[in-house]
Structures are given as structure tokens and as C-alpha cells.
Design a protein around this ligand. Structure first.
Ligand code: PMP
Length: 404
């Protein structure tokens, strides 16, 4: 049967599937075939949202909070987010500078497409969350990739961005993500300051995806909102998916100047009317509980990070930076590929899944225009599963002849 591609607009061709979801389907297929799967694939925390948040959703449903609301979200939640973010980063955010969105993803889609004009050059980290590139192209912009290098712990250096900008005609924006998916890198204060200084010098906006802001194991997270002039340059994006274990609730948020928020109001109206009302009551409850609720989880994830890093380091031909944030490690498997004769990380990922039941995502899912040879490991599993999964990974490499 021929593909009915003629019915699609060329815009649709700019959007690509996300590797994490492709491997989620593959893992389910392998499960159906009876394999015992250990998945380091999709990036979502394995804990439940706070019990109080779940109760709040039930109560909202019972009370009939089941209808359309403002496209920018419940006013009470916008007020709480404004207070919460202001306290967290020592800034003065007003409720009118907050939009509640359908996850951080819808926030990204809106922010990138509202701010990118056809022909604009937009800085995108390489590797990065694949949505950035897709939506930049969708909006008619040109992604300009800046390679994150292992020797800098995969941090985005402003010097590298500056260099990349020399080959651009219409620099317009940067999409930055720290703590970073897929490498787990965390920008230092000086990195953030350097990037902001550059953005101001070149009159570029910064879309700062800080969804992993609470997952920092050593040191501190520096928000792009910390800059006193954030209103002129910064669109900050975060949400409830990662810190509060609410990936399926689809509640994210944006902090930006009022003009951007007003444009999002219109965009959201046309796209989805409003973020789901009952689930926003869960978010309100989460902010009432405060970040102390999350602290034991962070300690738990730190232990997992340490263990996963140690186990990965024991695998022949695998080298791995001990990343400081998010819940990802990004091992370099170039030597393991050479030793085993496997052609690519995609081949490694598929064989590892179908022969050993272990899911790691190939770095090419993120999309790594700057080179191949990495895998993403998401350590969102209990410690014994992490240990077993990495034992199987090691066994796989050894069986394929990976021991020198
Ligand atoms: N940004 C990054 C960097 C992510 O990794 C993810 C989730 N994988 C998102 C945004 C999307 O988050 P949400 O569930 O809030 O849409």
C-alpha cells in the first residue's frame, strides 16, 4: 500500500518521532515475545505523585471541576507558580507572567513557534531533546547545532555558541536545557552568565528548558531567570512531570514577559483550549507541600546515579562522565563498538534489547549531528534492576568479543 503522504502539509514532515517512544514500543513488543525487559529507556521518574495530589484530583472531579477554564490555567495555580518561582530564584514574577501549559512540551512548542520567524537561526545543543530541532524547522527556522563535548562534561560553552554564530545570517534565539537531557550535564553559574551576556550582545532570546531543575546532585542549579533583565530575553519553561512524578498529568508552565504570555493565551486557545482542569489541583497541592517532599527522592536518585556510573565504568570499552544532574548518564561506547564489530549505536541498542532484554537509547535519537558513539541511560529503576540491567549489558559486550 502506498503511503498517503500527499495528504500531509510539508510542515508535518518537519516533525519526527521521538526515539524514547519508539523504543518504548519496541520494548513492549519484546515483552509480548516473553522477554524480561529492563528499561533504561524513557525518561520518567518511577515514583508516584504525592498522595495529597492524587486526592486533590479526585476531589476536583467529585466537585465538578471538570470544565473549560482559562487557556492560561487556573488563576490560583498561576499565582502559586509566580510565588514559588520568585522565592526559588530570588526574582519578582507576577501571575500575569505565568502560563500553565499541557506539559513542558506544549510550552516548548508554543515558545519556539511564537518566537522563531522564517529564516531565523536558532542555537540548538547537540545532542538535545529532539523536539527543539523539529519545532524550529516547523516554524521555518534553521537550527544551528553546537556540539557538547565530553571533555567539558557536555556543558554548553558560550565560546562555542559565539563561534557557531559567526556562520549565521539571522541569529535570533537559543534553546538551552540544563540540567540536560540526554547527557545529565549541569551548567555552572559562569556558563549561564556567559550565555546570557552573549544573548544580550546579539539581541537573541533564550528559551530555557529547566524541567530537571530540581535534579542536581552536586552544586546548584542556576536559572536563566536569575538575570535582572530576564523579561527582555528569557522564556523559562518547567513543569510538574519530573519533580512530582506527574508525567501523565500533562501540567507544565512558562514564565516570560506579558507579551509572550498573551501570545500563548491565543495559541493555547486555538490548539487545546486549556490545560486539563482537574489535574491542576494536583499541581496546587504539590506546591503547597513544597520541595521538601522531593528531597528524599533526590537522595535516592543520587545513589542510583553513583551505582549506575560505577557499573557502567566496569564494562569493557565503555567510558562515562559522572554527570551531575537530571537522571541520565551518557556513556561513550565507541571503543566497545570497535571491539565488538557492531556497526552503530542503533545496532547495539536493538541487539541489546532483543538478545538481553535491556533498553538503552542510542545517542542518535538526540539527534547527534556532531557525531555518533553514545548511548543514553535513564536510571529511573530500583537499584537491583540497575545492577542486573548493567550486568546483562556487560555480559553482552563480553560475549560479542568486547574484551581486549
Ligand atoms: N524537556 C525535556 C528536556 C524533557 O526531557 C522532557 C521530557 N522527556 C520535556 C521537556 C517534556 O516534559 P513534559 O512531560 O512536561 O511535557
Amino acid at each position: 500500500m502506498s503511503k498517503p503522504s500527499h495528504i500531509f502539509s510539508p510542515l508535518a514532515e518537519q516533525l519526527e518521532p521521538e526515539g524514547a517512544f519508539v523504543y518504548l514500543d519496541l520494548a513492549n513488543e519484546a515483552r509480548r515475545k516473553g522477554l524480561d525487559i529492563i528499561s533504561f529507556g524513557i525518561g520518567q521518574p518511577d515514583f508516584q505523585p504525592p498522595r495529597e495530589s492524587i486526592e486533590a484530583v479526585k476531589e476536583a472531579l467529585e466537585k465538578g471541576n471538570t470544565r473549560y477554564i482559562s487557556p492560561l490555567g487556573l488563576q490560583e495555580l498561576r499565582e502559586m507558580i509566580a510565588r514559588y518561582v520568585s522565592q526559588k530564584y530570588g526574582v519578582d514574577v507576577k501571575p500575569s507572567e505565568v502560563a500553565v501549559t499541557v506539559g513542558a512540551k506544549a510550552a516548548l512548542f508554543m515558545a519556539i513557534s511564537l518566537l522563531t520567524r522564517p529564516g531565523d537561526d536558532i542555537i540548538v545543543q547537540d545532542p538535545a531533546f529532539p523536539t527543539y530541532e523539529c519545532v524550529v524547522r516547523y516554524a521555518g527556522g534553521r537550527p544551528v547545532f553546537v556540539k557538547l563535548r565530553e571533555e567539558n562534561d557536555f556543558r554548553l560553552l558560550h565560546e562555542d555558541v559565539d563561534k557557531a554564530l559567526t556562520s549565521t545570517r539571522k541569529p535570533r534565539g537559543m534553546i538551552i536545557n540544563s540540567p540536560h537531557n540526554p547527557t545529565g550535564s549541569v551548567l555552572e553559574k559562569s556558563d549561564v552568565e556567559g550565555l546570557l551576556e552573549l544573548a544580550k550582545r546579539k539581541n537573541m532570546y533564550v528559551i530555557s528548558d529547566e524541567i530537571y531543575e530540581d535534579y542536581v546532585y552536586e552544586g546548584k542549579h542556576y536559572s536563566f531567570l536569575s538575570d535582572p533583565e530576564w523579561r527582555d530575553y528569557v522564556v523559562y519553561i518547567s513543569g510538574f512531570s519530573k519533580t512530582w512524578g506527574m508525567t501523565g498529568f500533562r501540567i507544565g508552565y512558562v514564565v516570560a514577559n506579558e507579551k509572550v504570555i498573551k501570545a500563548m493565551d491565543v495559541f493555547a486557545t486555538n490548539m487545546y483550549s486549556c490545560p486539563p482542569a482537574p489535574l491542576q489541583f494536583a499541581a496546587i497541592k504539590a506546591l503547597e507541600l513544597g520541595i521538601d517532599w522531593f528531597k528524599p527522592k533526590l537522595q535516592d536518585y543520587k545513589r542510583r546515579r553513583d551505582m549506575a556510573w560505577e557499573e557502567l565504568s566496569k564494562i569493557p570499552g565503555v567510558h562515562v562522565v559522572k554527570s551531575r544532574g537530571a537522571f541520565y548518564l551518557f556513556p561513550n561506547v565507541q571503543e566497545a563498538l570497535q571491539r565488538t564489530g557492531l556497526k552503530s549505536v542503533d545496532e547495539l541498542a536493538r541487539q541489546l534489547l532483543f538478545e538481553k532484554g535491556v533498553v538503552l537509547l542510542p545517542g542518535t535519537a538526540f539527534p547527534l549531528w556532531g557525531g555518533d558513539g553514545y548511548m543514553r541511560l535513564s536510571y529511573v529503576l530500583p537499584e537491583e534492576k540497575i545492577r542486573e540491567g548493567l550486568r546483562r549489558f556487560r555480559e553482552f559486550i563480553v560475549e560479542k568479543g568486547g574484551v581486549s
